[in-house]
Design a binder for this molecule. Structure first.
Ligand SMILES: [Zn+2]
Length: 194
C-alpha cells in the first residue's frame, strides 16, 4: 500500500534519484540564510539584509513550468524566523539547507526593542514552571533565551554558529543590529574564513 500523499514526495518521482542527489540549486539559487525575529514590526529584516549585500534576490518570484506547477524560485536568500532571531533555534535549518542547497552565508539579525530584551532567562524558566508546572531549565542554551546586550547576543550567536558542526566551516557569518524605527542595519560582528 502506498502512503497517503506520497505522490507529492520527491522520493516517489520517477526522475528523482535520492541516492545521487546533487542539490536543488538549479531550481532555487539559494546561498544565504538570515536568522531573524518573528516580531511583525521587524519582518522586513531579510529584505534589508538583501539590499545591504546587493547581490541577493529577495523576495523574488516563482518559476513555473508549462502546466503552471511551481518548479523553482528566483530567491537567493532564505529567512528563518524564530524568537529573538537566536542562532540556537536555527541550527537544524542550516544543516538541512546545506544538504538541499549550498549555503555560503549565514546572517543573524537582532532588532531594536525586541521582546527578548524584556526578561532574563531565569525569569522565563521560573514563570514557565509556575504557570505550567514543567521544568524547561535544561532544554535550551540559556544564553540564547533572552537578549541581555545586543553586542553580546550577536557575538554569542556568531560564536555558536562557528563552533557548531551543523555549520560548514567555509560559511561566512554576519551579525547585524537592526534599528527597526530608522530602518538602519548595523554590522556588529563578522567572521569570514580565510
Ligand atoms: Zn524580537
Amino acid at each position: 500500500m502506498t502512503a497517503k500523499y506520497s505522490e507529492y514526495e520527491f522520493r516517489s518521482q520517477p526522475w528523482f534519484d535520492q541516492d545521487n542527489f546533487k542539490g536543488f540549486n538549479d531550481a532555487i539559487p539559494m546561498k544565504t540564510m538570515v536568522i531573524c525575529c518573528f516580531d511583525p514590526r521587524a519582518t522586513e529584516a531579510p529584505q534589508i539584509v538583501a539590499e545591504h549585500f546587493g547581490d541577493e534576490v529577495y523576495p523574488g518570484q516563482n518559476v513555473l513550468d508549462e502546466q503552471g506547477n511551481k518548479v523553482g524560485h528566483t530567491r537567493t536568500l532564505f529567512a528563518v524566523y524564530c524568537a529573538g532571531g537566536r542562532a540556537a533555534s536555527a541550527l537544524q535549518s542550516v544543516a538541512t539547507m546545506d544538504y538541499l542547497f549550498n549555503v555560503r552565508k549565514v546572517v543573524v539579525v537582532h532588532h531594536s526593542f525586541c521582546g527578548a530584551t524584556g526578561f532574563r532567562p531565569d525569569q522565563l524558566i521560573g514563570r514557565y514552571h509556575d504557570c505550567h508546572h514543567a521544568d524547561i531549565t535544561n532544554m535550551f542554551d540559556r544564553e540564547s533565551l533572552a537578549i541581555s546586550n545586543y553586542e553580546e547576543s550577536l557575538k554569542h550567536d556568531i560564536g555558536l554558529l562557528r563552533a557548531s558542526p551543523a555549520v560548514p566551516e567555509a560559511v561566512e557569518l554576519y551579525g547585524f543590529f537592526y534599528e527597526m524605527n530608522k530602518g538602519e542595519l548595523i554590522e556588529v560582528v563578522c567572521d569570514i574564513p580565510a
